[in-house]
Design a protein around this ligand. Structure first.
Ligand code: ZN
Ligand code: ZN
Length: 584
């Protein structure tokens, strides 16, 4: 299949030599597009879990068993694809294809690196969990229940082999990822529990099929229980201080940053930028907090420690928030105002034909309080986009108070800007119109998060919130979180930053609550690099905006830049930068 373009070219060339009119030749761009669609088809089959997450259920009955044979087959696919890419010259392709070329090449190189160098499949037991995709295959409404149950049955059948492979793979794990695997696989047992058994029994499957289903379900449960027993044994051995460190070190960190963030910066450059940004934010916040002190603290003596002074002003301001029962309504009320502001200030295109549906978070999705965007998968771009807002449980008085102080009158607006307009929802509407599926399928998280953060600044720069100093101070506190995430992630993973020092960074230097800081420490010890995606994206988009402004001079408009930037979909910012700066 991959040699076809060569054969085809040879065929055309020989026809031309005989001076016979060739059939309409494909140009390089057409050849490349045909190639990418074949690649996607191949990937759906090779990576059924990935396909399910993207909304393709053709191979939903397959569970990948993570054994050496699978890893060899994957690496072979990545190498074949890199060879195939070598037959195209990206410089000769149009902008969309040039970006796709860079995305695919990175994804293949990353796959090889993950398998051969990073090897989380050995030291991170939490990579093994069958629950998430099984749940998607069962609960997403892509087919009648019986079809979905048959797909689930197909997966159940491979679960014993799956966990046998997992046990064979694990070698030198970290204690933290072992404990995470225990927690998450206990959750998997819940999904493989009596509810699923009852659902199959009550369905229209035949009697023999039902019996088979129950047998496979019991075997799958036994396999998860066996894996949990294995992990518990591992945990007690690792507890004696002989576990691998969860810190991946500088070399692996730079590589992971390179493949996952796909930044124009190195990790170390971004870390230095974050340190400078933190210092600049402290200066700016001090200035505003001094100005606000009399309004919120009256005659109270101002402390000489400026970080404490800022903290006290923020604490007073946080008392202003909506009532617990009004939280969902308050979010709903604000969306229209954000849309009006974006329109009045001409900041970015909006599409009224793709409205945002604000809803109470469905019960099965509720875990933590808050708000999130449920985006349709890239293969289903016209489905509704939901803004899930979890109503506060009015019996939990203290927890609500702490939550609402965090999402006070100013921060709640910033949250809505970030999640909805012109943040994630607006970006998604634009991305769904991009001509290629590649940036949607291999989405760059730093572009997505970076845009949402950048969008907050776009709004404030345009005067949102009447330029109130309160709005700016709360935004700076919010923004400082992403700056601090970058510093923490880098120092924890590459410089051995200890828990106590990390907690001080968050609570004293970034004005965070203790509970948030505790949760962040946990996340920073279980993940690497992802925490930098917010600040990296923000820094890269801001730099590109400034470059374009300098280049286009009087022709530059905020809306022109934003529309153009978003038109490339969820592509790495450095790739978007290349095509935007090279266009005249
Ligand atoms: Zn209160
Ligand atoms: Zn976000």
């Amino acid at each position: 299949m991959r040699t076809l373009p060569f054969l085809y070219l040879a065929f055309v060339a020989s026809l031309a030599a005989c001076s016979v009119a060739p059939p309409a030749p494909q140009n390089d761009d057409e050849r490349f597009r045909a190639h990418t669609s074949r690649l996607l088809d191949e990937m759906w089959g090779e990576f059924p879990d990935f396909a399910v997450r993207m909304g393709n259920y053709k191979y939903a009955a397959r569970l990948e068993v993570p054994n050496q044979g699978r890893r060899d087959a994957k690496v072979a696919l990545y190498r074949r694809e890199l060879t195939a890419l070598g037959r195209f010259d990206p410089a000769g392709l149009n902008a969309t294809n040039r970006i796709d070329y860079a995305i695919i090449k990175n994804r293949m190189e990353r796959g090889i690196w993950e398998n051969e160098t990073f090897r989380a499949w050995q030291w991170d037991p939490s990579t093994y969990n069958v629950a998430n995709s099984l749940d998607l295959v069962l609960t997403t409404q892509y087919a009648p229940l019986e079809t979905r149950l048959r797909n689930v049955a197909g997966r159940l059948e491979s679960i014993p082999a799956y966990y046998a492979a997992a046990k064979a793979n694990i070698s030198g794990p970290t204690l933290e990822h072992t404990q995470l695997a225990i927690l998450q696989n206990r959750g998997a047992l819940g999904i493989l529990g009596p509810d699923l058994a009852k659902q199959a029994q009550a369905s229209n499957l035949g009697a023999a099929e039902k019996a088979e289903f129950q047998r496979k379900l019991a075997a799958a449960r036994a396999a998860v229980e066996d894996f949990l027993a294995y992990l518990n044994g591992l945990e007690s051995k690792l507890g004696n201080g002989n576990a691998r460190s969860f810190r991946i070190g500088k070399a692996l960190y730079e590589q992971k940053f390179h493949y996952e963030i796909q930044s124009g910066f190195t990790a170390e450059q971004l870390y230095r930028l974050a340190l400078a940004e933190k210092a600049a934010k402290h200066d700016a916040m001090e200035k505003i907090a001094r100005e606000l002190w009399p309004k919120y603290l009256g005659n109270v003596q101002m402390p000489s420690d400026r970080l404490l002074m800022i903290r006290l002003v923020i604490r007073e301001m946080s008392k202003y928030h909506v009532a617990p029962h009004d939280f969902v309504q308050a979010v709903r009320r604000q969306i229209g105002g954000l849309q009006d502001f974006v329109r009045a200030k001409d900041l970015v295109d909006q599409d009224p034909s793709r409205p945002l549906v604000v809803r109470e978070t469905p019960v099965y999705m509720r875990g933590i309080a808050g708000a999130s965007i449920s985006a349709p998968g890239p293969l289903n771009p016209t489905a509704n986009t939901y803004y899930n807002v979890t109503p506060l449980d009015e019996s939990k008085v203290a927890a609500n108070e702490s939550f609402l102080r965090e999402y006070n009158d100013w921060t709640l607006q910033i949250l809505n800007i970030h999640e909805a307009v012109p943040g994630h929802y607006t970006q998604l509407v634009h991305a769904n119109k991009s001509p290629s599926l590649i940036p949607a399928v291999f989405a760059n998280g730093s572009m997505i998060e970076g845009w949402a953060v950048f969008g907050e600044k776009v709004m404030l720069d345009a005067g949102y919130g009447n330029n109130a100093p309160e709005m700016w101070l709360m935004w700076m506190k919010w923004n400082l979180r992403s700056v601090m995430n970058t510093i923490l992630d880098y120092e924890i993973q590459t410089m051995g930053l200890q828990r106590e020092a990390a907690m001080r960074y968050m609570t004293v230097e970034a004005f965070q609550e203790e509970t948030e800081a505790v949760e962040k420490w946990r996340r920073a010890s279980l993940t690497q690099v992802q925490l930098t995606s917010y600040f990296n994206g923000y820094a890269e988009i801001t730099a590109l905006r400034d470059e374009m402004r300098a280049k286009q001079a009087s022709a530059f408009t905020v809306k022109g830049f934003n529309n153009k930037f978003l038109s490339y979909g969820n592509a790495p910012i450095r790739s978007i930068r290349e095509v935007m700066l090279s266009a005249q």
